[in-house]
Design a protein around this ligand. Structure first.
Ligand code: SF4
Ligand code: SF4
Length: 150
């Protein structure tokens, strides 16, 4: 049984109680949230595509303009403890969404594996299949819908 001192912060604290450093460390670097999405106007369903934001450094799955992201890409939501209601459209594997829904982190999460490589090794990263948006025509976007990603 875990005593209080050995319970990791992501199990002992709510998202709102975490320090900035703890909050940032939850991001597994999958970059799934940087994939472009399409909304079905009839039923408001959201569909992920395999096309990623033009500001993403796909090789490293990092935002190239992290501090300016919400200005440069208005659709890019900066998650904070105050807008957790925005998590519903985040990928189901996103650590913030999982914790918000009371679910555990996956075993490959870097906080559990001890290495940032585990996200890619678990094929949770978009690195192997994403196409940068500046490499396609906008009208082609529906062709890139990936229904397996929720
Ligand atoms: S989906 Fe969640 S865990 Fe993955 S990169 Fe985005 S914020 Fe981080
Ligand atoms: S602006 Fe940065 S964080 Fe936001 S979707 Fe684009 S690459 Fe991802």
């Amino acid at each position: 049984m875990k005593n209080k001192e050995t319970i990791p912060f992501w199990e002992s604290k709510t998202l709102s109680e975490m320090t900035k450093k703890e909050w940032e460390s939850l991001c597994d670097g999958c970059a799934r949230c940087c994939l472009l999405k399409l909304e079905d106007e009839d039923n408001q369903n959201i569909y992920y595509t395999s096309v990623c934001c033009h500001l993403l450094d796909l090789e490293h799955c990092r935002c190239t303009h992290y501090s300016q992201r919400s200005t440069l890409v208005p659709d890019c939501v900066t998650l904070t403890p105050d807008n957790l209601h925005e998590l519903a459209w985040m990928p189901s594997t996103c650590a913030y969404r999982l914790l918000h829904e009371g679910k555990p982190l996956p075993e490959w999460h870097p906080l559990l594996s001890g290495t940032s490589e585990s996200t890619r090794e678990a094929a949770a990263s978009i690195f192997s299949y994403a196409t940068p948006e500046n490499e396609i025509d906008a009208e082609q976007l529906p062709d890139y819908i990936i229904e397996w990603l929720k």
